[in-house]
Ligand binder design. Structure first.
Ligand code: HEM
Length: 445
């Protein structure tokens, strides 16, 4: 006899079938939001698909995403999930560790992101951003995305590695290239070391990064500095826990990845929206002009319009649209049984666009996040660009400071417009980016 009040997990998940091996991959890469919506409307919040050669259970909507991210019964592992997508390239990065080991490493790394440290990184960002933007050559067909990508890579070299003090520009360029190759591996259909493929290039990229950080490690251990590489070498918890040499290299490679494309796409979305909404561009510029030349963390915290715009852009285009997990044991989500050893896709992107949660979800409306509205409070997981639970983004405040710093300096130095009907043709083959480089009409102020 079954107790009527107890939800009985369905024995078999609804499963959407597609082409062998490829499954829903191409549909996802073409238009992830349309694919997620169709999946949700047809199969509900928990269902199965075939994706890049494996069967995945997809979680859609805030309740299903919350179950995996809160992970109350410790059934969802991050390392084996992300490991399938980018494992060989970001091996043993913080996001790929689990349970006790993750907890231990996160405790050590946390000290690299304290308020004091963030103040230091923010101070280093100001002249670097101002100088980087001063080199831009405005035009009526300016491609914002590649220019922003170059800028954020330069910032990573400066704030994460200590910039020119560590390596010559040519070597930093090689590091940047290697690291881009690693990021682009995620949805590669050929997942073996085959020359000329994304996977093959990514493996060579990882080898170059290991060699680079390994070679410079001794210098960083010997001379404490304020860049993140140096900080990771010298962190120590109250009970004396430190990172080994190997840990520092693995964490640096992962942090570069975690920090880079995510911040770039956020600023790029902001540029698009402010280019299409001149009234918001003006409002944000007024705020930017009221700040001192080199704003501090406290100055950036006080920004209102720019904060609303950043949050709305993270809603519209979440830089990490899907989070990967793998079950280490059988579990249950919203009454559905998920077996052990199942890859799980936590599709946070859909939650950001559900009409059940947001009024006119496709519309750019930063006031949704204003104190007198706070539409995001409709559900704890309605807005989750930084994830949730124990793996929630550790660089969230750093990201906020970097993105706001770039926006402030952009608004001071430049003005731009974007065709109001422009829709960015996004690539979702790895983290999202506009395939056309995002054209803007840019002028210097
Ligand atoms: C707008 C920018 C960013 C976004 C949207 C973002 C988003 C995310 C998300 C969604 C996760 C969780 C992944 C999961 O649960 O599977 C994550 C994890 C992480 N992020 Fe970020 N991130 C950003 C910038 C940064 C920056 C700038 C850094 C470092 C400086 C960083 C460091 C990390 C780390 C270390 C983790 C792993 C945390 C853990 O597993 O304990 N992120 N990020």
């Amino acid at each position: 006899m079954q107790d009527a009040d107890v939800i009985q997990p369905t024995a078999v998940q609804p499963r959407r079938r597609g082409l062998p091996y490829v499954g829903s991959t191409l549909e996802y890469v073409r238009d992830p939001l349309a694919m997620m919506r169709k999946q949700h409307d047809r199969w509900g919040p928990v269902s199965d698909i075939d994706f890049i050669g494996k069967r995945w259970t997809v979680l859609l909507g805030p309740d299903a995403c919350e179950a995996a991210l809160r992970n109350a019964d410790k059934a969802f592992a991050s390392g084996d999930g992300w490991g399938y997508l980018v494992g060989p390239f970001f091996d043993r990065g913080l996001m790929l560790l689990d349970f006790d080991e993750h907890h231990r490493h996160r405790r050590i790394m946390q000290s690299a992101f304290t308020r004091d440290r963030l103040e230091g990184y923010t101070a280093a960002l100001q002249p670097a951003v101002a100088a980087g933007l001063a080199r831009w050559e405005p035009s009526t067909e300016f491609r914002a995305y590649p220019a922003l990508k170059e800028l954020t890579l330069d910032l990573a070299a400066e704030v994460f590695m200590g910039g020119a003090d560590l390596a010559a520009p040519d070597e930093l360029d090689q590091v940047n290239r290697a690291f881009i190759d690693c990021v682009q591996s995620a949805t590669a259909l050929v997942r073996a070391n085959v020359p000329g493929t994304r996977w093959g290039r990514a493996l060579r990229g990882r080898a170059l990064l290991e060699e680079f950080f390994g070679r410079h490690l001794a210098t960083k251990r010997a001379q404490p500095g304020d860049d993140l590489f140096s900080v990771l070498c010298h962190l120590e918890t109250d009970d004396g826990e430190r990172f080994s040499d190997e840990d520092v290299v693995n964490h640096m490679i992962f942090l570069l990845m975690a920090a880079h494309d995510t911040s770039t796409i956020t600023v790029s979305t902001v540029m698009q929206q402010l280019g299409q909404h001149p009234e918001w561009q003006q409002r944000c510029r007024d705020e930017a002009l009221a700040l001192p030349e080199h704003p501090t963390m406290a100055d950036l915290d006080g920004l209102v319009a720019i904060d609303l715009v950043m949050k709305e852009c993270l809603r519209l285009v979440p830089p990490v649209p899907v989070l990967a997990r793998k079950t280490v044991k059988e579990t249950e989500v919203l009454g559905h049984r998920i077996p052990a050893d199942r890859l799980v896709a936590v599709m946070v992107h859909l939650s950001h666009h559900m009409p059940e949660l947001w009024d006119e979800p496709q519309r750019f409306d930063p006031e949704r996040f204003a104190d007198d509205r706070r539409d995001d409070k409709v559900h704890r997981y309605a807005w989750e660009p930084f994830g949730g639970g124990v793996h929630k983004c550790l660089g969230m405040f750093f990201a906020g400071a970097e993105v706001k710093t770039i926006i402030v300096h952009l608004l001071r130095q430049l003005e731009w417009t974007v065709d109001p009907d422009y829709v960015a043709p996004m690539s979702y083959a790895s983290l999202p980016f506009p395939k056309d480089g995002q054209p803007v009409r840019l002028t210097r102020r």
